[in-house]
Design a protein around this ligand. Structure first.
Ligand SMILES: Nc1ncnc2c1ncn2[C@@H]1O[C@H](COP(=O)(O)OP(=O)(O)OP(=O)(O)O)[C@@H](O)[C@H]1O
Ligand SMILES: [Mg+2]
Length: 252
């Protein structure tokens, strides 16, 4: 059964990782599990937001697994499959896959094709896949992660932020994403009206001091307490995602 796939993009510092982590947490809490959290930002920090440790990324694994020798009796394909599963971090109700850097300077076509096969096979095991993508959406454009069912573009409420969100929408469309699947999430709202809303709105997440407190204290963002304003808003976003993508009952 095909899982629902939600990618979260937006300009730097708009709150992609925060929203991705809270969305994973609220999906799991709502019984939509298992969830696969994909950190597609080369400066990966989704694991910190989710409070889990990562060993290696797909990027570092690729560098090593394709340049070093493979154990005797194993072919490279089997070895990559084995190493791939080891990159996956298992946590309560969700697993995390850190993509790392899309590629180095060498030719990685064969490597990327193989990894794409691994990712395609892997996502089938999940009810929902949440991708923390960076602004350039390189992993989306390279096809390392499949086309998402929904792309959420995160922006602050400012007119300038919203113009950037529109550019990201245009980039996503130029990468082949269906415009009808691209939605805006306004983050850090202090109740301002969103002028000339350029994109259909999926959610407005308020500014929440509990998020900043968790950040300052070095606690994972998912530690923000039940009832805190951003968490409540992300619960609304989760309901929206579930009804939009009509998530089916979990398959395992
Ligand atoms: N709703 C919110 N209320 C208060 N603070 C927030 C909120 N959302 C995000 N922040 C804070 O804003 C900062 C940036 O958030 P985050 O790291 O999630 O953004 P990002 O888009 O993933 O950034 P990057 O582009 O660097 O990956 C963090 O310090 C985070 O704690
Ligand atoms: Mg981030």
């Amino acid at each position: 059964m095909k899982p629902c796939t939600v990618a979260i993009a937006g300009k730097g510092g708009t709150g992609k990782t925060t929203i991705a982590a809270l969305l994973v947490d609220t999906l799991v809490a709502a019984g939509v599990r298992p969830v696969l959290a994909v950190d597609a930002d080369p400066n990966a920090n989704l694991h910190e937001a989710l409070g889990v440790a990562v060993g290696e990324t797909l990027g570092t694994m690729r560098e090593e697994a394709f340049t070093r020798g493979i154990p005797p009796g194993m072919d490279r394909r089997a070895y990559i499959g084995y190493r791939f599963r080891k990159v996956l971090v298992e946590a309560g109700g969700f697993d995390l896959l850190a993509m790392g850097r899309p590629e180095g300077t060498g030719c990685y076509c064969f490597a990327n094709d193989l990894l794409r096969e691994c990712v395609d096979a892997l996502v089938q095991d999940y009810s929902c896949v949440v991708i923390d993508a960076e602004a350039g959406m390189e992993h989306v454009s390279r096809g390392t992660v499949g086309a998402p069912d929904v792309l959420l573009v995160v922006s602050d409420p400012s007119a300038r932020g919203l113009r950037t969100a529109l550019r990201i929408r245009d980039l996503a469309v130029s990468l082949g994403l269906d415009e009808g699947r691209i939605f805006l999430v306004v983050n850090r709202s202090k109740g301002e009206a969103v002028a000339d809303n350029p994109l259909p709105l999926a959610a407005v997440i308020p500014y929440d001091p509990a998020i900043e407190e968790a950040d300052v204290a070095g606690r994972p963002v998912i530690s923000v307490p039940p009832g805190s304003p951003a968490r409540v808003a992300v619960e609304g976003l989760r309901r929206w995602v579930i009804s939009y993508t009509a998530v089916r009952p979990p398959s395992r």
